[in-house]
Design a protein around this ligand. Structure first.
Ligand SMILES: *[C@@H]1O[C@H](CO)[C@@H](O)[C@H](O)[C@H]1NC(C)=O
Ligand SMILES: *[C@@H]1O[C@H](CO)[C@@H](O)[C@H](O)[C@H]1NC(C)=O
Length: 613
């Protein structure tokens, strides 16, 4: 087996069996459910806790092996009241990392505070949800396009706990229809359709452990944003503008060998089962001006629809994403301000969701920037989980002192972090009028100035249009120059072709001559593509009306020259391959040669003519 079992750690943990300090509490029942259907591992455990000691207990310790704790993205403990109904996350217990004395090495402890405490003989039921990222190991690590993705999950069949556990069960949920390569079978293990059940296990001492390994198929898209920057800009003129920059990788089993797009398109589920072709972003309702682009430009393969509850953007990266492949892109959208900005006690606050609108995305590093209007004061932030917070200033047009930017940073972000956070600030409506005031007074002065100038000297408007015309003329000249450059490069390729014919007559090396023609041909094709943007600029520019016919003639003549030259070249090469006599070749080539020389002269003349305009 290529993956390593983490046995080392548990051997150490077992030394600490039944630490007396922690033994007042007993877990009378533990039901643990592991969800392996996506790229993250979600473990939710229902714990029934009893106090068998004499004193009030106000904290419960949870133990997670270090090698899992480093992948822990989210942990929440919620009390369950009555018949198994969890309360909302708002009423969750506070949790913090602690370092108990004589702590077994290799374990991280989390302390759940029980605000009411647990009396002698008292009991309590709670749900603990943990979410881990990058914990499923692809095995094999590299697969080809046709392979399915197999993953390894390792854990313990017993709930790792510093307390005695009286009775417990474990169930592991797998993707539906997933093939299971292998799984650890203990005394009471049941393998069902897309589920494996362990237990019940009775009366296990603290830190009991037995390893299990599950090796199974999971073709879930492993979309990981190595970095996501979300910019949320508030404009008191009625809009919240959101721009999200993604740096995405498929973090599943690496794709190796050649990729065939044809195979993939014909049978995407067989030839690329673990690849993903599109992503779905669930944007808030009433999102408008939605766009999706990358460094090349707008990407049109996206589809937007919405109702009163949400707006859904389905979009495709430029290529299907296989294991190890990367892409970066930007999504932008506008939202109505009144849906997100509220007021309380004289302060305004933005209430906005923290994570990405793309479902089941793992974000290694998330940066959320909230740009407040210029003149905002008394800024405070409330986020329901710990984040790194800092402040910046940004300037946009008409800003004088700049806009305050709140920067929130968090690593290892999952779906569960898609919670609302608030940014509170004070803002005087007068400062909102500053920009229009600047604009209005600016226009007013401009207006006055115009009147004064118009009366003083009418020629100024003429000279300003002529100035504009001069600018436009310069642009035309630049475009013409580019075209001349390209044509000159074409001419030097023509010279190379001619030179290769000379070499042929000297050395008789037909292959070398053919190779030169081939490379010349592809270079000329490239160059003709290079002509297009400048030419279409000239065609659309009224200033170029005079020069355009000459330029078009130049391009046409050069093209004709190219064709004749190629014909001449291939005629000579063919004849010398057939070992035709020198006289015969000359007879055939002579008319072509005349044409080529004449065209060359015309092209050079046109270049001169254009130079003089
Ligand atoms: C890209 O799309 C946006 C929104 O539809 C549009 O405003 C912008 O002009 C487009 N840009 C290009 C280069 O096509
Ligand atoms: C933020 O918005 C959400 C969803 O509309 C709402 O449930 C929540 O109560 C709001 N939070 C605050 C502090 O207003």
């Amino acid at each position: 087996m290529g993956f390593r079992l983490r046995l080392d750690l548990f051997l150490v943990a077992i030394v600490f069996l039944s630490s007396p300090v922690l033994s007042d509490l007993v877990l009378s029942k533990v039901d643990r459910r592991v969800d392996l259907t996506s790229q993250v591992v979600r473990i939710s455990s229902t714990l029934k806790v009893e106090n068998e000691g004499h004193d009030l207990v106000s904290e419960l310790l949870l133990a997670i092996p270090d090698h899992q704790a480093k992948h822990l993205a989210y942990l929440v403990a919620v009390p369950i009241e009555g018949k198994g109904k969890a309360k909302s996350a708002g009423s969750s217990f506070p949790v913090q990392i602690v370092h108990p004395e004589e702590i077994p090495p290799g374990l991280t402890f989390y302390s759940v505070s029980l605000p009411k405490g647990l009396d002698k003989g008292g009991s309590l039921t709670l749900d603990v949800l943990t979410v881990f990222t990058h914990m499923l190991q692809p095995f094999p690590e590299k697969i080809s396009q046709a392979d399915f993705q197999l993953l390894v999950f390792q854990d313990t069949a017993y709930f790792l706990s510093p307390y005695v556990v009286k009775t417990q069960t474990l169930s592991v949920k797998l993707p539906s229809n997933a093939r299971v390569e292998s799984y650890t079978k203990l005394a009471n293990t049941k393998g069902l359709d897309s589920e494996i059940r362990y237990g019940p296990f009775e009366n296990l001492p603290p830190f009991s452990y037995t390893p299990i390994v599950i090796h199974y198929e999971n073709n879930h898209p492993f979309a990981v944003a190595q970095e996501l920057v979300r910019e949320v800009e508030i404009s008191h003129w009625g809009n919240v503008q959101v721009i999200e920059h993604y740096n995405l990788v498929h973090a599943g089993a690496e794709s190796q060998g050649e990729f065939s797009r044809l195979d993939y398109q014909a049978r995407p589920h067989v030839r690329g089962a673990s690849a993903f072709r599109h992503l779905v972003a669930k944007l808030p309702p009433r999102a408008h001006s939605v766009y999706y682009r990358d460094e090349i430009g707008n990407i049109s393969t996206s589809h937007l629809w919405g109702d009163s509850k949400k707006t859904e953007l389905v979009f495709e990266p430029r290529y299907p994403m296989f294991g190890g492949w990367r892409t970066s892109f930007t999504i932008g959208y506008g939202l109505p301000l009144k849906d997100f900005l509220f007021e309380t006690e004289g302060k305004r606050f933005l209430n906005f969701s923290f994570g990405s609108p793309i479902g089941e995305l793992v974000i290694d590093k998330l940066i959320v920037k909230v740009v407040l209007p210029e003149g905002s004061r008394d800024i405070s932030v409330s986020v329901p989980f710990p984040v790194k917070q800092s402040e910046e200033i940004t300037f946009s047009h008409l800003d004088i002192v700049g806009r305050p930017v709140i920067v929130l940073e968090k690593t290892n972000v999952v779906q569960e972090h898609n919670q609302y956070f608030q940014v509170y600030y004070r803002f005087s409506s007068l400062s909102m009028l500053r920009e229009p005031f600047l604009l209005i007074s600016g226009f007013f002065f401009l207006f006055v100035a115009c009147i004064v100038y118009m009366h003083a000297d009418l020629s100024i408007s003429k000279s300003s249009t002529s100035y504009l015309a001069k600018l436009q003329w310069e642009e035309v000249q630049v475009a013409v120059q580019q075209i001349q450059n390209v044509i000159n490069r074409c001419l030097s390729i023509h010279d190379k072709l001619e030179a290769s014919l000379h070499d042929l007559s000297r050395t008789g090396d037909v292959q070398a001559c053919k190779a030169t023609r081939k490379s010349a041909d592809s270079l000329l094709k490239e160059l003709s593509k290079e002509l297009k943007p400048s030419l279409s600029f000239l065609q659309s520019s009224p200033q170029a009306a005079q020069i355009l016919p000459k330029v078009e003639e130049l391009i046409a003549k050069e093209k004709e020259l190219q064709e004749k030259l190629m014909l001449k070249h291939s005629t000579i090469v063919d004849s010398s391959e057939k070992k035709s006599g020198g006289r015969e070749i000359e007879n055939r080539v002579a008319p072509l040669q005349q044409k080529v020389s004449a065209l060359r002269q015309e092209v050079e003349d046109l270049l001169d003519v254009i130079d003089e305009i």
